[in-house]
Design a protein around this ligand. Structure first.
Ligand code: AHM
Ligand code: MG
Length: 336
């Protein structure tokens, strides 16, 4: 009988979040409305990504569409969709997107209490060959009714009230945390709904996989180099780790979350702050990792304690299974 119940009593992401929010008497349903608009953006991007190969056909017909506009690149299109969905939700006041140099301040008449930082389509080097890509987002809340300023988003990641990502992979998966654990939802294309498929995700305490762009090895610092060397040639009798690197943060982090292991984008001589952006890449993923029982470290401190000075700041990042990040921390501590 319980198997039947699973199939007929579908826990959609909307229902799940409404349930969660109803635990807080002060909740006015604003968060659920905001999330619905993020979900709409994810569904749109999912459809667009699935059609990306076919879109080329239209392009071939003359490189311009009926309106005479040049065909928009998928990342630009995704950005526009998210900005418009978030503004029209009426629940946001500041939006920070990887695609836009400046933050968007929502006009007073459509303003709400939430700030959303996001990368609408991360891993764009993977678009043209059909490899998994994703959207990453983090949410802050402006508590009192003051006039929003950029300092409302230049906040440590630990102040986020929610974070998540959507992976456009062999299926479309949305992973979300509102600060009480991590849950995964898979898009049922026939229903157009995200259904709870991965309740209460916990990352394995130890991992057998490391994930890093080893092409940068000649420029690494000592602790990173030592850690990766140990992955390949362990000295404590443990088996060597496997290397998996997609080059799409959402996909690499998703695998790390489900299978355990570690994902690294360290500093190197050429990029002393690494590559990944603090606000909308490092913070949301670190938030999810901690909520799943893992850790996230910058080489100097807990990632979620960072205070970004500018909206597009970068930071080195090591995140994943608790024990793996402990090892990295020990190597960095031994260095100073
Ligand atoms: P992007 O925002 O230009 O797509 O770059 C971010 C991506 C991440 O998804 C991924 O983890 C990283 O860049 C890979 O970088 P590299 O090609 O240097 O290994
Ligand atoms: Mg990115």
């Amino acid at each position: 009988h319980s198997a039947d119940a699973h199939r007929t009593d579908l826990m959609t992401i909307t229902r799940f979040v409404l349930n969660e929010q109803s635990k807080y008497p002060e909740s006015r349903g604003d968060f659920s409305i905001l999330l619905n608009h993020i979900v709409l953006g994810c569904k749109f991007v999912c459809t667009a990504v699935n059609k990306a190969g076919l879109a080329k056909l239209i392009g071939l017909a003359g490189e311009t569409n009926v309106q005479g506009e040049e065909q928009k690149k998928l990342d630009v299109l995704s950005n526009e969709v998210f900005i418009k969905a978030l503004v029209s939700s009426g629940r946001t006041c500041i939006l920070v997107s990887e695609e836009d140099e400046e933050a968007t301040f929502v006009e007073r008449s459509r303003r709400g209490r939430y700030c959303v930082v996001f990368d609408p389509l991360d891993g764009s080097s993977n678009i043209d060959c059909g490899v998994s890509i994703g959207t990453i987002f983090g949410i802050y809340m402006v508590k009192d009714g003051h006039e929003p300023t950029i300092d409302d988003v230049l906040q440590p990641g630990k102040n986020m009230i929610a974070a998540g990502y959507c992976m456009y992979g062999s299926s479309c998966t949305l992973v979300l945390s509102t600060g009480t654990g991590v849950n995964g939802f898979t898009l049922d294309p026939s229903l157009g709904e995200f259904i709870l498929t991965h309740p209460d995700i916990k990352i394995p305490k130890k991992g057998k996989i490391y994930s890093v762009n080893e092409g940068n090895a000649k420029n690494w610092d000592g602790p990173t180099a030592k850690y990766v060397e140990k992955c390949k040639f362990p000295t404590d009798g443990s088996p060597a780790k496997s290397l998996r690197y997609i080059g799409s943060m959402v996909a690499d982090v998703h695998r790390t979350l489900l299978y355990g292991g570690i994902f690294l984008y360290p500093a190197d001589k050429k990029s002393p702050n690494g590559k990944l952006r603090v606000l909308y890449e490092v913070f949301p993923m670190s938030f999810l990792m901690e909520q799943a029982g893992g850790q996230a470290f910058t080489g100097k401190q807990r990632a979620l304690d960072l205070l970004p000075a500018k909206i597009h700041d970068r930071s080195p990042i090591f995140l994943g299974s608790y024990d793996e990040v402990e090892e990295i921390k020990a190597l960095y501590a031994a260095e100073v």
